[in-house]
Ligand binder design. Structure first.
Ligand code: PLP
Length: 381
């Protein structure tokens, strides 16, 4: 082969094969994938229309319905991280001018506000200080005032560690004829969710937290009321990649090519969901609750206090107050560099005030707590 142009080698690095550090990921996510999930992901990929793969997609759909406790037919994994699945919920249902009411009590509520606005929604928000949750009465008043087409709430606000109670919210939304959209990114697999009982119309999640997989294949589900709204649109869904009219034909019986699925990630997700099925959902939720209670007790023994009131604390993510005079960033850096443990820092209102400690999926184990607390004892002044 004769080349007429000379190759520029300036960006060519003499790289050694990858040797990623082995961290214990106890931050807000990702958490460590289960070893069986990593093994599944290293199996040889098949084609994305191979009958074996199509069967695997069906299995993923069924198991997602199980972990979410829903009968929604349109339940799939979106190729992309949780944000892509979040975007899918809004892209498919919001039409320009629709009033979308968002409960903002942390960072991810704000992301919903920004995103809904980009799809032309008339976005309204109700706010709470970070770490608090909305009462049913507050939600009723907001629905009366704003009369939205969609109410969007974050079930598990990862920036604060607070769990938004959902009991009664779905009934309220039916009363006001609006859809209920729920972010379950930090709750799916680790926090009890009864999507159909709670009358949630649209929900999304991620693979890298409570499900114990790697990031990139994100659960999405849409119930009959949301599908009706999508079908009655006057405008096309403004996002081709996330249009459920098209994607539904790949995941449904038509099996029409839409995009090349990230095969190995779906191998991982299928294995992660299989493991939850084997453990049983109730056991899985109980394990998360038991281990987080052990974390709270262990932290309190070394003088550290969770930020959120006990009743509303998440089993998956705890915000821990940084004691007066302690440099939170320096401690997190030491945990990473000296102990290979990742914890998160605070965001927004809680920046510099808390660490965020996740016990999610495979990492929700007493050993994770023991390792973290032993390391904290060494690095705290
Ligand atoms: N929503 C919540 C509550 C989250 O915690 C996150 C990420 O941590 C997201 C949405 C976005 O998910 P991803 O980072 O996977 O895109």
């Amino acid at each position: 082969m004769t080349l007429t142009l000379s190759i520029n080698d300036a960006q060519r690095l003499p790289l050694a094969p990858l040797a990623a550090p082995t961290r214990l990921l106890l931050g807000p996510g990702p958490s460590n994938a289960h070893p069986d999930v990593l093994a599944a992901m290293s199996q040889t990929p098949v084609g994305h229309l191979d009958p074996a793969f199509l069967q695997l997609m069906d299995e993923i759909q069924a198991q997602l319905r199980y972990v979410w406790q829903t009968e929604n037919q349109l339940t799939i994994a979106v190729s992309g991280t949780g944000t892509a699945a979040m975007e899918a919920t809004l892209a498919n249902t919001v039409e320009p001018g629709d009033v979308v009411l968002v409960g903002v009590a942390g960072y991810f509520g704000n992301r919903l506000v920004d995103m809904a606005g980009r799809y032309g929604a008339d976005v309204r928000s109700i706010t709470k200080s970070w770490g608090q949750v909305f009462s049913l009465e507050e939600l009723r008043t907001a629905l009366e005032t704003h009369r939205p087409a969609i109410l969007a709430l974050v079930h598990a606000e990862t920036s604060t560690g607070a769990r938004q109670p959902l009991e009664g919210v779905g009934d309220l939304c039916r009363e006001f004829d609006c859809l209920l959209l729920l972010d379950t990114v930090t709750s799916l697999g680790g926090v009890p969710i009864f999507l159909d009982e709670w009358k949630v119309d649209l929900a999304y999640s991620c693979s890298q937290k409570g499900l114990g997989c790697s990031p990139g294949a994100s659960p999405f589900t849409m119930g009959p009321r949301a599908i009706t709204k999508m079908q009655q649109r006057k405008t096309k869904v403004a996002n081709w990649y996330l249009d459920m009219n098209l994607l539904g034909k790949y995941w449904g019986s038509d099996r029409v090519y839409h995009h090349t699925a990230p095969i190995n990630l779906y191998y991982g997700l299928r294995e992660a969901l299989r493991l939850i099925g084997e453990e049983g959902l109730a056991n899985c939720w109980q394990r998360h609750q038991k281990n987080v209670e052990y974390l709270w007790q262990s932290l309190e023994e070394i003088g550290l206090t969770p930020h959120v009131e006990r009743e509303f604390r998440l089993p998956t993510l705890t915000t821990v107050r940084i004691p007066e005079g302690v440099d939170g960033k320096a401690i997190a850096r030491q945990l990473l560099n000296e102990h290979n443990i990742e914890v998160g820092g605070g965001l927004g209102e809680l920046a510099g005030k808390v660490w965020r400690v996740g016990l999610m999926g495979y990492n929700s184990r007493p050993e994770s707590v023991d390792r973290l607390v032993a390391a904290l004892k060494q690095v705290l002044p």
